[in-house]
Design a protein around this ligand. Structure first.
Ligand SMILES: Nc1ncnc2c1ncn2[C@@H]1O[C@H](COP(=O)(O)OP(=O)(O)O)[C@@H](O)[C@H]1O
Ligand SMILES: [Mg+2]
Length: 384
């Protein structure tokens, strides 16, 4: 791994966006700028050619600034017809400047955890809907589909960005991790791309099978060599400088590449956003917004009061373990096994269906069990 270069260069977003490398990239591939490599080459990535992206770095390393530059460059290149954005920012400060930009799918930077969970639910459903459309049209992926549907019913690529992902998972593993796992495995062909940013990727959060599907991994400065290894499978990130100095690899790279990310100020973003707002029609999806604002009855029953959280968690866990072990999904059996009433058992079953753990066919009250013991172990780790 390269030795840190103490003579840091500052890279401006503007010069990267105006580079020939970025200008020649095609909007349909959703390109974005990364930064400059150690000899000054401009680095551009194309989301359509990557899988999902994992970004890590200690506090102050420049993750939020880096993601802002990724999103701004995408928005400058792609129209809202090519690309729509969902931004989840639990801190609620770093992405406010994006509010109102026509690329957003809903006119909101999502801050609250329950809403982030709901947008994940929505994304899983949207993935299913898109798969049906691809199937009907006989297409293997969104690129083929959009070629056939040119100027008729094209689907925009969706970029789902979640900041502070590790904190979110620590707070509610069960309702977040499995959904991200499903998206990571299957969403790319449907044109849904996930970008996760976090400070410390502990092995419990970034388990092996999540990592497999996040095959583009970018590390800004890390606290320790162990942290570096967790994200990059190599040490080195602990020696980086702060402020946008990074190491990364994509599926196309055989080794780690060092880069300096661009700086982008809030003011610069504000200007771009104002420009995009006045030059594009904003068509936000009110249906999704309504879905996020609605609290579903089954969710309230299951998450309810804070005191009930642990009990619900235990029940969900037991219910899953039971259906995997017995391959039986009947509400009666769940009632007997868990010693709960019919309502509670039904809600549990709905929850399993909603999350894709069991199928939805109600024939003979038998649904297909889709979750395996292996999935279960991954979900609950050593908590078991
Ligand atoms: N590429 C960069 N070039 C110059 N300064 C940067 C760069 N990235 C970050 N910084 C500086 O570092 C600070 C922290 O960055 P931030 O993205 O908020 O870190 P993180 O999200 O990792 O905690 C920023 O306020 C900015 O001053
Ligand atoms: Mg940040």
């Amino acid at each position: 791994v390269e030795v840190p270069n103490e003579n840091r260069v500052t890279v401006s977003l503007r010069e990267l966006i105006e580079s020939k490398e970025f200008c020649s990239a095609k909007a349909e591939n959703v390109p974005f700028v990364v930064g400059k490599d150690v000899i000054g080459n401009v680095l551009v990535m194309e989301l359509a050619k990557l899988t999902h992206i994992l970004i890590a770095g200690c506090s102050g390393s420049g993750k939020s600034v880096f993601v802002r530059s990724i999103l701004v460059s995408m928005m400058q290149k792609c129209s809202p017809k090519d690309m729509r954005l969902i931004i989840c920012d639990p801190k609620g400060v770093d992405f406010v400047a994006f509010k109102g930009v026509p690329h957003l799918l809903i006119d909101e930077i999502i801050v609250d955890r329950p809403k982030i969970i709901k947008i994940l639910d929505w994304a899983v459903k949207e993935m299913g809907r898109r798969y049906s459309k691809l199937q009907e049209a006989g297409c293997a992926n969104i690129a083929e589909y959009n070629k056939i549907m040119k100027d008729r019913e094209e689907m925009p690529r969706i970029v789902l960005f979640i900041d502070e992902f590790a904190d979110l998972v620590s707070a509610d593993k069960l309702n977040i991790l499995p959904k991200v796992q499903i998206l990571a495995q299957k969403a790319r062909a449907a044109g849904i791309h996930v970008i996760l940013a976090m400070q410390r990727p502990s092995v419990e959060i970034i388990s092996g099978d999540i990592k497999v599907n996040f095959s583009t991994r970018i590390s800004l400065k890390m606290q320790t060599a162990v942290d570096s290894r967790t994200i990059l499978d190599e040490t080195g990130a602990e020696n980086l400088l702060n402020h946008g100095d990074m190491l990364f690899f994509t599926p196309n790279d055989s080794h780690l590449i060092r880069a300096q990310g661009p700086n982008v100020s809030g003011e610069e973003i504000f200007k771009v956003v104002q420009f995009l707002k006045t030059n594009n029609k904003c068509v936000f999806d009110e249906k999704i917004k309504a879905y996020l604002d609605k609290t579903s009855s089954s969710d309230t029953v299951l998450t309810g009061e804070a005191d009930d959280d642990d009990k619900d968690f235990e029940l969900k866990k037991k219910a899953l373990e039971f259906v995997i072990r017995t391959q039986s999904t009947s509400v009666c059996a769940l009632q007997r096994e868990l010693r709960v009433g019919f309502n509670r058992a039904s809600v549990l079953k709905d929850w399993m269906i909603k999350n894709g753990y069991v199928g939805n066919s109600l024939e003979n009250n038998k649904s297909e069990v889709k979750i395996t013991m292996e999935d279960y172990d991954k979900m609950f780790g050593e908590q078991k």
